[in-house]
Design a protein around this ligand. Sequence first.
Ligand code: XMP
Length: 326
Amino acid sequence: MEMNQRPESMERITTPALAEQFIQEQLAAIQAQVGDKKVLLALSGGVDSSVVAALLIRAIGKQLVCVHVNHGLLRKGEPEQVIEVFRNQMDANLIYVDAVDRFLDKLAGVAEPEQKRKIIGAEFIRVFEEEARKLEGIEFLAQGTIYPDILESGPVKAHHNVGGLPEDLKFQLVEPLRLLFKDEVRVVGKALGLPDSMVYRQPFPGPGLGVRCLGAITRDRLEAVRESDAILREEFARNGLEGKVWQYFTIVPDFKSVGVKDGKRSFEWPVILRAVNTVDAMTATVEDLPFSLLQRITARITAEVPGVNRVLYDLTPKPCGTIEWE
Ligand code: XMP
């Protein structure tokens, strides 16, 4: 029923006027498809699901039920921003699920990267399924599928998909962004009034900080990843690098080294910085960061993040390193 191929004649959405035209067309299409029924959406706060949410809120208001699952592996401030933007500003029907303990308990002691990913993916579906079962009269599931997901050309895995739901929860899909490229999704998101910090966000993996807290995740090391990541992002923004560097983040390995802090011996973790540029994520080069900025970030992280006594900068391009460490 749905068209899944981008027509040659479709104009690239590059301006607010073109975005507005797309939005008007989609509002009509969504209203025609959904009628007075309810639609469920897993809202991660990433670009694609946020733009779908904003579009559907405009089209059908409270008929949309957004579920935001906090799995404890999100960046600092992300769950708060989802609540602020969608519940407080857009008056959306938003269910916030605090599943932090659940995920971290399931992950306790699991060190193998792919096993960690599997647990996070499976647990996400379970939590979402439980929420879906509590609701009545849902007939549709909205997803932030975009054109590269359909083409399956990108190495950046699409995790918008709540595929894996049991048969009796197979809803009809609403995928209003399915013919758009990422840059077009951003233009549409901006036109819908979403904040720049949501629309121009760098890519973030589905398993989140879980693959940056190396080995078996512990709460204290996870906090070190989250806090150091927040400092790195703050310093990049302050130095005009936000939006200029493709992806930048921190990693905390599961080993310690000796240092001195406040005149005493310390035995703490290092934080590894990663900042890369790429076009398609298949290959990547390392950003040539100013040394003074690296020094400033090092000073802040070692002073402000508990349990950390060293900062390292990963100089490895892809190949032979991958962008993430796990
Ligand atoms: P790698 O590490 O393979 O990463 O060079 C390429 C891009 O993909 C992202 N990435 C993921 N995204 N789920 C995701 O949604 C994942 O499991 C995953 N692993 C890596 C990574 O952040 C980078 O942008």
